[in-house]
Design a binder for this molecule. Structure first.
Ligand code: SF4
Length: 79
């Protein structure tokens, strides 16, 4: 399943992004209000803003840990 997940086009340019596996639960938003936003139809969330400081970076890392679909990714984890 994960192999077919794609980066949602709404994601802000940068290393963090949400994939198409998102189920729209909104847990990420509760952990990182500044960085995630819901889609117009509320069916998925995406990275609205990349972290601008350590605190926001920590918030996103926490959201990654609790995301039930494991669909918040960090580009810099690759390779
Ligand atoms: S926690 Fe994960 S599955 Fe839930 S809305 Fe956020 S990115 Fe999507």
């Amino acid at each position: 399943m994960e192999a077919t997940a794609t980066r949602i086009s709404d994601n802000a340019p940068g290393k963090y992004y949400v994939t198409s596996n998102c189920n729209g639960c909104g847990i990420c938003f509760s952990y990182a209000l500044q960085n995630f936003m819901y889609s117009n139809d509320s069916t998925y969330y995406y990275v609205y803003s990349q972290p601008v400081d350590e605190r926001e970076e920590t918030d996103i890392r926490r959201a990654m840990e609790v995301c039930p679909m494991d669909c918040i990714r960090d580009d810099s984890d690759k390779n």
